[in-house]
Design a protein around this ligand. Sequence first.
Ligand code: FES
Length: 382
Amino acid sequence: MVYVPTRGDAPARIGPGVRQIPEWGAKTVDSNVYADPTRYELERERVLRVSWLLAGRSTEIPNAGDWLSYEGHGETVVVTRQPGGGLAAFHNVCQHRGPAIVGPLGGCGARRFTCPYHGWVYDTTGLLVGVPEREDFSAEHLEGMRAPAVAADEWGGWVWINLAGPTAAPPLMEWIGDDIATDLGRFQMESMILTDKLEFDVPVSYKAIVDGFNEVYHATELHQAPPEFTKAARGTAFHLVGQNSMMFVPNPARLAELNETWDHHRNTICHYVVFPNTVFNCNPDQIQVFNPVPMGVDRTRFICWELMYDGDADDPEYQTYRAGADRHWEGLKHVVGQDIAIYEQLARTKQSMGYVRNTLSDRECKISKYHDTMDRLIRDAR
Ligand code: FES
């Protein structure tokens, strides 16, 4: 685990085993990374096809035969719950002449999937099990045919997929890493309930959206954060862990307890980015998951999930908790609207000759590291 210090009189650290890595301080990032179609194709091939990506909540597919689909960066995938409780996933592509086998949503209790064009039939793992007028085809061509398998796994109550496939993908927990699995794991997302989900079609690169969640610098101007928040936020701790990162933003109302206990779960906003596009924003009593799914070089489906803890709806204590959490989420939806407004301003300049580079500060070190990781993965995959 590594740590980039802020300057001035900020709280010194959160968490053990820290060291300084000043190389991730002030840097520049070329603006082409957001708008270059050639670069985007390299990301599709060398990053998005080998990374673990969020596909949905485990509770969306609780029973055997339940399924959901993933749509992004030109790929469409079906994830199914198997009779043994595990998952199978496969490319949603009919191997006869290529159309998607199922629609873009999900369903329950499926035993087979039938292509709507000529009726080829696949089982819930993607294996071809039926071909009308089979005798007209070469038996050799059809032998063992299947929609190509995709790796699928679960952690934190989430369904994750990796397009590299079950044999080539690294283990999901290796990708998330011990630091994030342990620290984020404390929130026990698997026991939380989904209370809201928003989707926006945004005309900018998914990376521009991730950037916004990789710093807290914008909160003062864009979100009109009060001065005490801005002052406390200068004590933000940044942990760069493998290709992922963590960021702990002190709650100004709980600074005394934070300085006394170093309990960041209770006294900061805990923020985690699992590369390349899964963002967890954790308050002590609720979590927002932000998932910008690339749909093109400069177009993104931006999904926002709201999780709260479950409880007895008749319990007055739980009613108080839910009312407070609901109020907080209403406020955060306003904040998301402000973020969307900035993406629209970024969309206006994405082709401008006046936009050449980003000039980043020490406290935008997570953005520097993120783009460096993207560069490295593209370079090393050659
Ligand atoms: Fe799917 Fe023909 S394209 S059955």
